[in-house]
Design a protein. Structure first.
Length: 320
C-alpha cells in the first residue's frame, strides 16, 4: 500500500483463520497479474460415481462421504457438462440438507477447484449460498466470502467485490480483520484507480482508527470511506426474515446477518440479548467478542473494538 501498512487488530502477528486467497493482490487498473491458485491433492475417482448422484429432493441426500466429495471434485474438473451440472446440484442440495459439512467442503476443495477452472459465476453463486447456509459461524463464512470477492473481481465486477469485502470486514472476528482490511484496500484501488486520494484517505483512516482510545472521553475515529461503501443487504435481510426464534443461537445468526447487511447497531442489540442467556466464563466472553465485532463494523475501524475487548478481558477475575 502506498502509505505504509494498515494496523488492523489486537493480535496482528497471530495466524489468521481467514487465509488470504489473493496471492498477487487484486489487479490494479491497467495491470492484471496472472491469477494463481493453490491446488490441493485430490484422490481420483471414476466419473461414473458422479453420474450416479441422485437427482432428488434435499431430504434424500445422505451425509457426504470422502468418496462422493472426490467424485464431485472430478465432475467439476471434467468436460462432461451434464456431470458438472449434477455435481453443482448435489452441492446445492448438501448446502440445504447438511449446511455445516457442505460449507467446509466448499472451502476445502470445491470453490478452489471452480476458481482454478475459471468458473467464476458458479464460484460466486455457491460462495454466497455457503454464507447464507451457516451465517452463525462467522469464522467459517469468511472464506466463502473471500472466494466470492475473488470471483467477482475476476468477472470484472469490482464494485460488487468491494461491497462483499465490506460485509466480510463487518462479520469477521477481530483477529482476522487485518486480512479483510488488506482486501478492502486492494478493492478500493481497483474501483477508484482514477482517484488515488480515496485509497490514501482510507489507509490514513485505518492507521488513525487502529489506535485504542485511552478512555470513553476520546472522540470515536470512524472511517468515512468505509461508511460510503453500501453493501447489498437484500439476501441477508431475506434470510433474516425467516428466523423467528429468540434462542441464543438464533440471535447470533440474526446478529451476523445484520452485520453482513451493514446494520451494526441492530446487530449489537441481538448480541446484548445473548448476554442475558450467557453464563459467566466462556459463554459471556464469546458474547462480548460478538459485541466487539459489531463495534468494529459500526466504526469501520478497529481501535474502539480492540479497546472494548481489552477492557473486558482486564475485568475478568484473575486478570491484572
Amino acid at each position: 500500500m502506498s502509505n505504509g501498512p494498515i494496523s488492523a487488530c489486537a493480535e496482528p502477528q497471530g495466524r489468521s483463520d481467514c487465509h488470504h486467497r489473493f496471492s498477487d493482490g487484486l489487479p490494479r487498473a491497467g495491470i492484471v497479474p496472472a491469477w494463481r491458485y493453490m491446488i490441493i491433492g485430490i484422490l481420483v475417482l471414476a466419473l461414473t460415481q458422479v453420474l450416479a448422484i441422485p437427482n432428488a429432493s434435499a431430504q434424500t441426500y445422505m451425509v457426504i462421504t470422502p468418496a462422493s466429495e472426490n467424485a464431485v471434485t472430478q465432475a467439476l474438473k471434467g468436460s462432461n457438462r451434464r456431470a458438472q451440472a449434477a455435481a453443482i446440484s448435489f452441492i446445492e442440495a448438501e448446502l440445504r440438507s447438511h449446511p455445516g459439512h457442505a460449507v467446509v467442503l466448499l472451502d476445502r476443495s470445491w470453490l478452489q477447484e471452480l476458481m482454478a477452472l475459471g468458473r467464476y459465476r458458479t464460484t460466486a453463486k455457491l460462495a454466497r449460498q455457503g454464507v447464507l447456509a451457516v451465517p452463525g459461524w462467522e469464522g467459517v463464512v469468511a472464506n466463502p466470502l473471500m472466494y466470492r470477492v475473488e470471483a467477482l473481481t475476476a468477472l470484472g465486477h469490482s464494485h460488487a467485490a468491494l461491497r462483499n469485502t465490506k460485509s466480510l470486514f463487518n462479520v469477521c472476528p477481530l483477529r482476522t480483520s487485518g486480512t479483510a482490511l488488506v482486501i478492502l484496500d486492494q478493492c478500493l484501488g481497483v474501483v477508484y484507480w482514477r482517484h488515488p486520494g480515496i485509497v490514501a484517505e482510507f489507509e490514513r483512516e485505518q492507521r488513525v482508527g487502529s489506535a485504542m482510545p485511552a478512555d470513553d472521553s476520546e472522540p470515536i475515529i470512524r472511517s468515512g470511506v468505509m461508511a460510503s461503501i453500501q453493501v447489498n443487504a437484500k439476501p441477508y435481510l431475506k434470510r433474516l426474515a425467516g428466523i423467528h426464534s429468540q434462542s441464543p443461537h438464533a440471535l447470533l445468526i440474526k446478529g451476523n446477518l445484520l452485520l453482513l447487511a451493514g446494520e451494526p447497531l441492530k446487530a449489537i442489540k441481538c448480541f446484548r440479548m445473548i448476554e442475558d442467556f450467557a453464563s459467566p466464563g466462556s459463554q459471556f466472553l464469546a458474547a462480548e467478542e460478538n459485541i466487539c465485532r459489531a463495534i468494529k463494523a459500526e466504526d469501520g475501524t478497529v481501535g474502539r473494538a480492540n479497546s472494548h475487548r481489552l477492557q473486558f478481558l482486564k475485568s475478568l477475575p484473575g486478570n491484572p
